[in-house]
Design a protein around this ligand. Structure first.
Ligand code: AMP
Ligand code: FES
Ligand code: ZN
Ligand code: ZN
Length: 310
């Protein structure tokens, strides 16, 4: 297989794009594509301050690297979740994130959940009795809340996450199976800013997971290989496996599934009648973030239930 640009030996073949590239041209192609998506979906401009949520995994480290190569003002946020799982998961992912930041001279904010809220995620989950024995629900809730809080407190206009096409297609698949219309209406590369919340963007949403692995390897970016130890057996991993099977026989199926969804949503063709219920949101009396419940937001309720002094 030959590189389409230089005719040299290709190091990646992207069947869905009918495109093979050598290492050198591949690491040029990725940021070019990212810039195209940033512009196409109106994600942000060079003058906006971006906070990149960096987990130490390949996607978010690749994203941080790409945005900096493109000349954007992008600082990092690492959330210390306190997850060990026998592999020192949080410790190792923090180490790799800090190493990347130091090596590239980038600003990284580190927020430790245990220091902020008295307990690490697994304990918060246990004592708040949420999520049926798995910490993932409390973890997701906490990550969302903290990303919003830090972006607001530190004055970032944009919050960027490393979600890739495999992530987005799996979420879309789950939401479609459940015909979860509110979620479907909100899913996309950009969630506009609202009521004190930064705009949320996913600049990697059109890249396959394997493309980000190849990018990190080609750029020499060290990332944590392990998934979160609690992710095992999760629904999203199961959906990813199903979509991978589909992709094997129909290259490009994942991308088509996602892109056709975005087109349908844009043209108002989703057959979902009701409007996203935003009108009746009000600020949580404790933290100020918008909530639809009549009292504290679900994060503050979780913390209260966990009975930890905030
Ligand atoms: P996940 O929910 O683990 O699939 O991660 C999705 C995205 O959330 C990642 O690409 C990161 O941008 C962000 N993220 C996940 N975990 C963390 C963390 N511990 N600190 C900061 N950002 C994170
Ligand atoms: Fe949060 Fe796994 S439970 S990353
Ligand atoms: Zn080449
Ligand atoms: Zn709150």
């Amino acid at each position: 297989m030959k590189c389409r640009k230089c005719g040299g030996k290709a190091s990646i073949n992207m069947r869905q794009h009918r495109l093979a590239l050598c290492k050198e041209h591949y690491i040029e192609w990725v940021p070019e594509q990212t810039e195209r998506f940033i512009k196409k979906y109106g994600m942000f401009t060079q003058s906006e301050k971006i906070l990149v949520a960096v987990s130490g995994g390949k996607d978010s480290l690749a994203l941080w690297d790409i945005l900096n190569r493109l000349g954007y003002h992008a600082d990092g946020l690492y959330l210390g979740l306190g997850i060990d799982g026998g592999i020192n998961y949080s410790h190792e992912s923090q180490r790799l994130t800090e190493k990347f930041a130091n090596k590239n001279n980038l600003i990284l904010h580190v927020v430790d959940i245990e220091k902020e809220y008295g307990q690490p995620i697994p304990v918060l989950s246990e004592i708040s009795h949420r999520g049926h024995g798995k910490p993932c629900a409390v973890c997701g809730l906490t990550k969302r809340h903290e990303m919003n809080r830090i972006a607001r407190d530190l004055g970032y206009a944009v919050l960027a996450t490393g979600h890739n096409l495999d992530d987005e297609a799996a979420v879309l698949f789950g939401n479609t199976l459940n015909w979860a219309s509110e979620y479907l209406l909100r899913q996309g590369p950009v969630l506009p800013e609202s009521e004190g919340l930064a705009r949320k963007v996913k600049p990697l949403c059109r890249f396959y997971e394997r493309e980000m692995t190849a990018y990190c390897l080609s750029r020499g970016i060290e990332y944590i290989y392990e998934e979160c130890p609690f992710a095992e057996g999760s629904q999203s991993i199961y959906y990813k496996e199903l979509l991978n099977q589909l992709e094997t026989t129909r290259p490009g199926a994942k991308l088509t599934f996602y892109l056709r969804f975005l087109e349908a949503r844009k043209s108002g063709n989703l057959f979902i009648e009701h409007e996203v219920g935003r009108a009746h949101l009000h600020p949580c009396p404790k933290c100020g973030q918008p909530t639809s419940t009549s009292d504290l937001c679900s994060f503050c309720r979780m913390i209260e239930k966990a009975n930890v002094p905030v």
